[in-house]
Design a binder for this molecule. Structure first.
Ligand code: ADP
Ligand code: GN1
Ligand code: MG
Length: 380
């Protein structure tokens, strides 16, 4: 249920976009961790209204600038290829005054058309996860010609894993909430692996792999699917589209989607890898990227999966130590799951240990898939 003062704020936002008397219903929507999302229903149609989290995105204007550039570019490219542009990406709706966002009580709101599809928080359906691989790969392919320097760097060092580790060390030192005593095991796990955390960032710095325009947040529920055909329609949640590495996009999708357990599962025995899902996603992803992916990126795909999983462990742990400011808890979580960020950190670090244990098998899956799709360096 929407809290009362929230309702008042929403009413003021609605006025910026719609005739309030036409609105049937406004309901909180979706399972994202960052923004506040609502669905606005009318007799004939629906829209998505979102409050941008300005703690996470200190420059919402930069975020909206990037989203506008990216969505317009994708649409033009899809049309150019003679394909249907509808549902190929998000469609921003402007306020009645023609702005890409509404500022209400100093907070930034935006509106999208509601894509008639479905998002999954998790799946065991191989076809769906294969489609997810295709969608993430196609996104890279679509944006291959878009210059990364055109985009505003809205979260600096977003996937700079060694930097994330430095932030964790600061939080450990400060221990502002006296929580470190609950986190020794996790801290030790990460510290023991600290010399490995720069594998991807060093490869980027040394230009061994290219900096591309990537999504940077490829969790399953950021992919929209057709409910009828299981086909992936497009990637949504474009807030983090910035320059980065394709191998992190590959890894982040597997991190969440190919685990047998949810990201906040506390029974760690359930946190194991579903290899059939890894295989399905890898096939879709490589099929879609085989024309652009470099040999060096292929060599680092598995490292991307491993490092991004530790990175999420680091980010959740840091936030727990800092008092849950980034991955803020809702009222129910405050009551029932006050340690959810520590639980998420434990979960991600268990998953990282599963990746370590199964490195050879995962490497074989990638190599076998390359053979299966007929990948030959320089010939695709
Ligand atoms: P967050 O940054 O909080 O994750 P998202 O942009 O991912 O926010 O939105 C949260 C959820 O809302 C998505 O997982 C999806 O289910 C739904 N959603 C977002 N945008 C749309 C849209 N344009 N059409 C339909 N559903 C959407
Ligand atoms: C957040 O916004 P959402 O829920 O799709 C986060 C990601 C994390 C993810 C973990 C901007 O994604 O980086 O991987 O939670 N997004 C941001 O579930 O920090
Ligand atoms: Mg999301």
């Amino acid at each position: 249920m929407i809290e009362l003062d929230y309702k008042k704020e929403l009413a003021n936002v609605i006025k910026e976009y719609f005739n309030p008397s036409k609105v049937l219903k406004v309901t909180p929507y979706g399972g994202g961790l960052i923004n506040s999302t609502f669905i606005v229903e009318f007799v004939e149609t629906k829209y998505i209204l979102q409050k941008v989290n300005d703690y996470v995105f200190p420059s919402p204007i930069g975020v909206m600038y990037n989203i506008s550039l990216i969505t317009n570019y994708i649409r033009r490219k899809v049309i150019y290829e003679g394909k249907n542009y509808r549902n190929a990406t998000l469609t921003l709706i402007q306020t009645i005054d023609g702005e890409n966002f509404a500022i209400v009580n100093d907070e930034y709101w935006r509106c999208y058309t509601c894509i008639d599809g479905i998002t999954y928080d998790n799946t065991t359906d191989l076809e769906i996860f294969y489609q997810a691989g295709l969608a993430v790969g196609e996104f890279q392919e679509l944006l291959d010609g878009f210059h990364p320097k055109l985009l505003s760097d809205n979260i600096k060092n977003f996937h700079n894993t060694p930097y994330r580790y430095e932030l964790l060390l600061t939080s450990i030192k400060n221990d502002s909430y006296n929580r470190l005593r609950e986190c020794y095991e996790e801290t030790l796990f990460i510290t023991k692996r600290s010399d490995k955390l720069d594998i991807i960032t060093t490869a980027l710095e040394k230009e061994i792999i290219p900096k591309r325009v990537v999504h940077n947040d490829t969790k399953l529920n950021n992919i929209m699917f057709s409910a009828m055909t299981k086909k992936a329609m497009c990637l949504i949640d474009l807030d983090t589209v910035m320059k980065g590495s394709l191998v992190y996009d590959y890894g982040d999708a597997l991190r969440l989607g190919a685990s047998n357990a949810k990201e906040d599962e506390v029974d760690l025995t359930k946190v194991v890898i579903n290899f059939a899902l890894v295989k399905a996603f890898t096939k879709g992803f490589l099929e879609a990227t085989k024309k652009i992916i470099t040999k060096e990126e292929i060599d680092l795909l598995l490292a991307g999966y491993y490092i991004i999983t530790i990175e999420l462990g680091i980010r959740f742990l840091t936030d727990y130590l800092d008092g849950d400011k980034y991955f803020a808890l809702n009222e129910t979580q405050k009551k029932c799951r006050p340690k959810i960020n520590l639980e998420r950190a434990k979960n991600q670090l268990k998953l990282a240990s599963e990746i370590e244990k199964n490195y050879q098998l995962l490497d074989k899956i990638i190599k076998d898939t390359l053979k299966e799709i007929g990948y030959e360096k320089g010939k695709n």
